[in-house]
Design a protein around this ligand. Structure first.
Ligand code: LMR
Length: 398
């Protein structure tokens, strides 16, 4: 029956983790997948999350089905975090938020919904973008095109190219934008550049779809949401936001994310929400309870939210310190050309390492990075930094 099924290539990110786990060499380092590890090399269970989890265990509540669009306390807390508690859009009932199976689930539900609402539209993603963006939107039936974003010669943003490409898109095109901590490059827009992009997108009649998977990982909760806030203020009729708590709550396996759709008015938003619910019901029916209860429990408590934000701040500072440490040690190792790593933001850096250099890192040094040269700086710690720097220095010298 399946005789004609061909072997599908492994996932470039999660497939690499499989290879890493199978590697028996001591001292191996996984700079592939986007996961934050602490100084001890562990995925943290955040203090505020632990508090809620313990309280939930004591309550030992029964588990009915959640509504199709998720736990109301979670959806409302998410809206306030993403749009700001005082957002006029929320007061006007113009945002429909649905709990989804992680940020990827939000992207896919959003993509399926847009395919029904805008069957002729194309989707434009940054060049490069997270590998799965193209996969998700293509699987939903869209033609995916690229817009210029990264300039390898400066390891920074090709802003002129980005503006030129966005300016050429057909009105109605869906534009996928990374809110902050761009994955895979670590290269973000300044607030001033965001203002120009918001104006351009609005004038051109494009539909922004903002992916915010790293809120709080660069500057802080509100500062990292500046793109969302600027679109909200711009008077644009509709836009879409996918957000994830995988990284900001260190709840990767709980698959906690949300899709928020901004409609022109309350009535239109309700109609869109009915289509979101149909889309979810026809896919996985309704989301699961535990992760959402953890996030809602933290965000809806003043004390726990403050505790969470403080710990997130510590994680952010640790990443900044690792970036600085890497640049300093590489320079001391005769590789001063990596100073741009400190200018990039979030979990990732597009290191500029070639596929051949990445292969050598893995084969000779048991250090795993994505073939594009993307490294996860959030997996560095004082215990593995020297090893990584020595290996990166060695492969970039020869
Ligand atoms: C990543 O980019 O490494 C993460 O977002 C994990 C994933 O699902 O790819």
């Amino acid at each position: 029956l399946f005789a004609s099924v061909e072997m599908t290539p492994g996932d470039p990110i999660l497939g690499l983790t499989e290879a890493y786990l199978a590697d028996t060499r001591a001292g191996k380092v996984n700079l592939g997948v986007g996961i934050y590890y602490d100084e001890q090399g562990r995925i943290p269970l955040m203090r505020a999350v632990r508090e809620v989890e313990q309280a939930l265990a004591l309550e030992a509540k029964s588990r009915g089905y959640l509504p199709i669009d998720g736990m109301p306390a979670y959806d409302q807390a998410t809206q306030r975090l993403v749009f700001g508690a005082e957002s006029p859009l929320l007061a006007a009932g113009r945002v429909a938020t649905s709990q989804t199976v992680g940020g990827s689930g939000a992207l896919r539900v959003g993509a399926d919904l847009l395919r029904k609402a805008l069957p002729e539209a194309k989707v434009a993603i940054s060049s490069p973008s997270w590998e799965n963006h193209r996969v998700v939107f293509t699987a939903a039936g869209f033609e995916v095109v690229d817009y210029a974003y990264y300039d390898p010669s400066t390891h920074g943003l090709d802003f002129a190219g980005m503006q030129a490409d966005l300016g050429k898109l057909e009105p109605g095109t869906v534009v996928l934008l990374h809110a902050c901590c761009h994955n895979p490059t670590g290269v973000d827009l300044t607030v001033e550049q965001w203002k120009q992009v918001v104006a351009l997108v609005k004038d051109r009649g494009l539909l922004p779809f903002i992916d915010m998977a790293y809120q709080g990982f660069d500057k802080g909760i509100d500062a990292d949401a500046v793109a969302v806030r600027l679109f909200a203020e711009s008077g644009i009729e509709s836009f879409v936001v996918a957000n994830s708590y995988s990284k900001s709550f260190s709840l990767y396996g709980e698959r906690v994310g949300a899709l928020s759709i901004v409609g022109a008015n309350r009535e239109e938003t309700l109609r869109v929400q009915s289509l979101v619910k149909r889309t979810i019901r026809s896919n996985y029916s309704s989301p699961s309870t535990h992760g959402a209860a953890l996030v809602a429990g933290v965000l809806n408590s003043v004390e726990l939210r403050a505790m969470w934000e403080a710990e997130l701040g510590e994680m952010r500072e640790r990443i900044h310190a690792m970036r600085a440490g890497m640049v300093e040690k590489l320079a001391a190792n005769g590789a001063p050309q990596f100073d741009f790593i400190q200018r990039q933001a979030g979990m990732f850096s597009y290191s500029g390492l070639s596929k051949a250099q990445v292969d050598r890192l893995r084969e000779e040094y048991a250090i795993y990075a994505i073939g594009t040269g993307r490294i996860c700086v959030a997996a560095l710690n004082r215990g593995n930094l020297e090893t990584v720097v020595a290996a990166v220095g060695a492969v970039s010298r020869l």
